[in-house]
Design a protein around this ligand. Structure first.
Ligand code: SF4
Length: 642
């Protein structure tokens, strides 16, 4: 360990795959302004990427960041992030996962790992304290993530080895390729796996022997003990995010046939209940150390039906919603098989569901035919077809090569007005059903990583929460019913609150499922401030967190303005969301009104100090967060808000 910093390992490891060189630099210079992990990563990306760099250029950087509280006993501190210039939106890309590699990266002495260049042949990284090796991975190239882990464990005779790796999707530069921790956890969305593939980097292994120290251990452990009580009685541990099944049906938040419907047909509701499937095939819990809810996953063994014999872990809500119900597959265990296949191939479930959903709807409407698909009949509910197409996407075979681009690009290539059926925000395939939840919608459409609910969406609107008084108190808003999904009142303010909360979680490495992201009774910013203060031995306030998070958000925004042409129009919901009322279910007839949404966006931009017409940050806002030089950059390219 280079510096005597509490909570942090103290160093950033930089590796150039083109030259094989590596060196370290101190983390300390970034901490006060950028906190850790994703915060430091966007600062490095903004400062060091020249504006002409493209996602697959060797000069692009792929940055892994272990959360600032990873390695401490903080509740839910399990997350490593990956950040880069991404191939999906063309701007800021980021993903997070529970990660033993992230934990060991810190134990090895590194808070972040910055990778640049491109190896001439496939390689993997071995990081064991000060021993850094770039090793040949030719024998692993072409393997799935599951085969890769099994092979390396056998080769090195180490059955407990942990790795993050890419599968065939990353090797083949599928835009929705993701990076997989071991076998079942994904750094999802944004295509970070494709950037890793473009660098000929198959896998990263970290093994560390140091420990992470906190400055005030007694205070820290008192907080841990006290805050664990917040999780008593929670249902999240039983089913993970599948727990929200009933609530989603109530708020028309289910995805049926590519968002044509927002509810699961009543006659199938019971049959398709994913909680029943998990309960039926559960053989044990799956958790990560320190998780407040006792783990959101379950180890499953499917003992009957078409996927009999499959042993894997349970999927989360996203897979169920974006692949199973979106594609109208009725077999209850299909979600488990589809999730396992995506993990093996290193594919983001959202791109798979988004692209196939778009194609199936176009097929339904006669916009694309068997001539386009190579003879495939893209009929709803055909489980085997979906699995076959998923493989074609990963290997870019036949029609899968088009779908590998994601629904937005595929629609542009096909034309024929098919873009109306491409459910995406800023090019990012959406699983999020936007109609019926205003705060969830606003946080998703304005997200700087493209559509996605983990950088500001009001997720609590979509989870069972009935304590409005507690919500008012937690969010500090003077709104009668802050979690009313159909109300526009206070939603811009609440999304801003969640933008702060999500960014602080991400930079500290705290799992969203352990926080008010999903349950207003869970960890909140004051709890995290207490953890962090006790960890580093200096009092850090919630206000300080707010400033750091807003600085980060403004830099993400500036990064996007530098590398893309995104503007206000890209912060709107999809055309379908703005024009079609919810066709059935409990919220039948409700729709997002364009005028109301425009007013909400105005309010949102005003709150952020961004120009209402363009969405660009103003100089005053950037200066307020110490980003005066960024204001100069944006002015030069004509993208500084007035
Ligand atoms: S809730 Fe799930 S993702 Fe979060 S820390 Fe626990 S096991 Fe990990």
């Amino acid at each position: 360990m280079s510096e005597n910093l509490y909570a942090y390992a103290g160093k950033i490891l930089r590796i150039n795959l083109s030259t094989g060189e590596f060196y370290t630099e101190p983390t300390s210079k970034y901490i006060d302004d950028w906190l850790g992990s994703t915060g430091i990563a966007i600062k490095i990306l903004y400062d060091e990427l020249q504006p002409w760099v493209t996602p697959y250029d060797p000069m692009n950087k792929l940055i892994f960041g272990s959360g600032a509280l990873l390695g401490t006993p903080a509740i839910g501190a399990n997350k490593m992030s990956v950040s880069t210039l991404g191939p999906v939106t063309g701007g800021w890309a980021s993903g997070l996962s529970d990660s033993y590699v992230g934990l060991h990266l810190k134990y090895a002495g590194y808070d972040l790992l910055v990778i640049e260049g491109r190896a001439s042949t496939p390689v993997y990284l071995w990081i064991e304290d000060e021993r850094i090796k770039i090793r040949d991975a030719s024998h692993l190239w072409g393997k799935t993530t599951w085969e890769t882990l099994d092979s390396i464990r056998e080769e090195l005779n180490d059955p407990d080895l942990h790795a993050v790796s890419i599968g065939p999707a990353g090797e083949n530069l599928v835009r929705g390729a993701c990076i997989i921790q071991d076998k079942n956890r994904a750094f999802g969305r944004c295509g970070c796996g494709a950037v890793m593939g473009s660098k000929n980097l198959k896998m990263i292994i970290a093994k560390g022997s140091h420990s992470i120290k906190v400055a005030q251990p007694k205070r820290f452990m008192t907080a841990v003990k006290e805050y664990l009580k917040l999780f008593e009685g929670s249902n999240l541990g039983k089913y993970g995010t599948l727990h929200c099944y009933g609530r989603k049906q109530d708020i028309s938040g289910n995805n049926w046939k590519n968002c044509q419907e927002s509810s699961i047909p009543e006659h199938l509701f019971e049959k398709m209940d994913p909680r029943v499937t998990v309960k039926k095939y559960e053989v044990g819990p799956e958790s990560f150390p320190g998780c407040g809810v006792g783990g959101c996953g379950r180890r499953l063994h499917i003992t009957e039906g078409p996927y009999k014999g499959l042993k894997t872990t349970s999927n989360q809500w996203e897979t169920f919603s974006t692949i199973q119900t979106r594609l109208a597959v009725e077999e209850p265990t299909f979600m488990v098989q589809a999730n396992a296949l995506c993990n093996q191939l290193g594919l983001d479930v959202n791109l798979v569901g988004g692209a196939i959903g778009w194609a199936m709807e176009c097929f339904q409407r006669g916009i694309i035919t068997e001539k386009d698909t190579g003879g495939l009949k893209l009929e709803w509910g055909n489980a085997e077809l979906v699995l076959a197409l998923t493989k074609k996407i990963a290997y870019r075979q036949g029609f899968g090569n088009l779908l590998a681009e994601g629904c937005a690009r595929a629609a542009r290539i096909i034309g024929r007005d098919s873009d109306y059926y491409a459910m995406h925000i800023k090019g990012q395939d959406l699983y999020e059903v936007l109609r019926g939840s205003v705060g969830w919608c606003l946080g998703t459409t304005t997200s700087t990583r493209g559509g996605g609910h983990t950088t500001g969406a009001l997720i609590t609107e979509t989870f069972p929460n009935d304590n409005q008084e507690k919500a008012r108190q937690v969010f500090g808003v003077d709104v009668e019913d802050p979690l009313d999904p159909l109300s526009y009142e206070g939603k811009a303010e609440l999304v801003k609150y969640m933008e702060v909360s999500h960014r602080i979680n991400n930079s500290l490495g705290i799992c969203h499922y352990n926080t008010i992201s999903v349950d207003i009774n869970f960890l909140n910013l004051p709890h995290l401030a207490e953890f962090y203060s006790a960890a580093i031995g200096r009092e850090v306030t919630v206000e300080e967190f707010e400033e750091i998070a807003m600085r980060q958000l403004n830099l993400e925004k500036a990064f996007n303005l530098r590398f893309t042409n995104l503007g206000r129009a890209d912060d709107l919901p999809t055309p379908r969301d703005l024009s079609e009322p919810i066709p059935s279910g409990k919220l039948k007839g409700w729709r997002i009104d364009k005028k109301d949404y425009d007013r909400l966006l105005d309010e949102y931009y005003e709150l952020h100090g961004w120009n209402k017409e363009t969405s660009y940050p103003t100089r005053a806002t950037l200066v307020k967060y110490g980003l005066g030089a960024v204001a100069d950059d944006l002015e030069k390219i004509g993208k500084l808000g007035e």
